[in-house]
Design a binder for this molecule. Structure first.
Ligand SMILES: NC(=O)c1ccc[n+]([C@@H]2O[C@H](COP(=O)([O-])OP(=O)(O)OC[C@H]3O[C@@H](n4cnc5c(N)ncnc54)[C@H](OP(=O)(O)O)[C@@H]3O)[C@@H](O)[C@H]2O)c1
Length: 329
């Protein structure tokens, strides 16, 4: 496969290169693409140096697959140009996620919706991916009625600039701000911009994307997304009300049998998921599984994943692997 990584110099792009190498993705030719600012710079992949090229040069090279993580505006403008030359684009931005003509895919859940005709495929938002990985098997068995999510999201979810802001603040250096406020020793109840309904864009992604991925809009979702000063890894406190009652032991068994999900839930040993343990892992970790005693058929749980891995790079690459394994590219 001739593979282009668009946004190769970014937070997600960097992890993308790491995951491509780890999984031995079948690359015959690699094109590393970024903005004009980076064209000509060198980046290493599997010990070999590659020169960063611009978007037009990448289109001209007609890659088989392009893995995009260069922001929504770049995707909107350039993904169609890659698709036009026969390339299949897997896009990490929010540009195409809710477009009715594009698939929104977590391979373990709905990889089967993909066809050869899909030339632009959307990768869900990081906080959505870890959420649906845990919700999908439970929804199948108990049928969700309502989900309430509170997120505790790391600065790496905002990109390089935000990681630098946190580093600067810890070291007492004055620098560029990615957020309106200091993030060190703080919790900012705003992830992304506010919309007319008073929710942030991130919160509305959590409301809309799970329905599209699960192919079901019969359940309702509400969310509060908060940025906290963790370097990497998003956490979510999730309350789910089901149509049907459940047994807690069955819930734990079901989740622990779900590929890509690991249950970390032992109160005797203070075992529960945390960002420091999810770091650099591809799995989604679930713990603090308990009954909501305030109303029937309702579960509380705590979900953690590395937002740059399963939340972005790994899921994108898994989509690429699915396309190759199923002869769709
Ligand atoms: N961070 C996460 O957890 C996460 C999770 C899921 C999805 N995403 C999405 O992935 C995308 C990238 O996020 P990130 O965190 O990696 O951001 P980032 O660290 O700021 O990196 C942005 C990347 O995009 C490139 N880029 C920016 N403008 C460009 C342009 N006009 N043409 C070509 N390349 C351009 C940058 O190249 P230069 O270095 O040359 O500027 C850089 O490689 C965003 O759409 C984001 O929403 C991020």
């Amino acid at each position: 496969m001739k593979v282009a990584v668009v946004g190769a110099t970014g937070m997600v792009g960097n992890v993308m290169l790491q995951v491509l190498a780890e999984r031995n993705f079948p690359i015959t030719e690699l094109l590393l693409v970024a903005s004009e600012r980076s064209v000509g710079k060198q980046l290493a992949y599997k010990g070999k140096d590659y020169t960063i090229i611009g978007l037009q040069d990448a289109v001209n090279a007609k890659p088989d697959i392009a893995l995009f993580s260069a922001g929504g505006a770049t995707s909107e403008l350039w993904a169609p140009k890659f698709a036009e030359v026969g390339c299949t684009v897997v896009d990490n931005s929010s540009a195409w996620r809710m477009d009715a003509t594009k698939k929104l895919v977590v391979p373990e859940i709905n990889g089967n919706v993909l066809t050869k005709e899909d030339k632009i495929i959307a990768n869900p938002n990081c906080s959505t991916i870890q959420l649906v990985m845990a919700l999908a098997p439970l929804h199948k068995k108990y049928t969700m009625k309502r989900v309430v999510i509170s997120t505790y999201q790391s600065v790496s979810g905002t990109g390089v600039k935000a990681v630098q802001q946190l580093e600067n603040e810890i070291q007492g250096i004055k620098g560029e701000m990615a957020y309106h406020y200091p993030i060190s020793r703080n919790a900012i109840p705003q992830c992304d911009v506010f919309l007319e309904n008073g929710y942030t864009k991130e919160e509305m992604k959590l409301v809309k994307e799970p329905k599209k991925i699960l192919g079901d809009d019969s359940f309702s979702v509400t969310a509060t997304a908060v940025r906290i000063p963790t370097a990497g890894g998003h956490s979510e406190a999730v309350n789910v009300q089901f149509e049907n009652d459940f047994d807690l032991a069955d819930v734990r068994k079901l989740l622990s049998e779900t590929p890509g999900v690991i249950v970390q839930d032992n109160l005797d040993t203070n075992t529960y998921p945390m960002p420091i343990y999810a770091h650099n892992k591809d799995e989604v970790f679930v713990g603090r599984i308990r009954r909501d005693e305030s109303q029937p058929n309702t579960l509380n749980m705590w979900i953690v994943a590395d937002n740059l891995r399963k939340g972005a790079a790994t899921n994108t690459i898994q989509i690429g692997e699915y396309l190759i394994e199923n002869g769709l590219v």
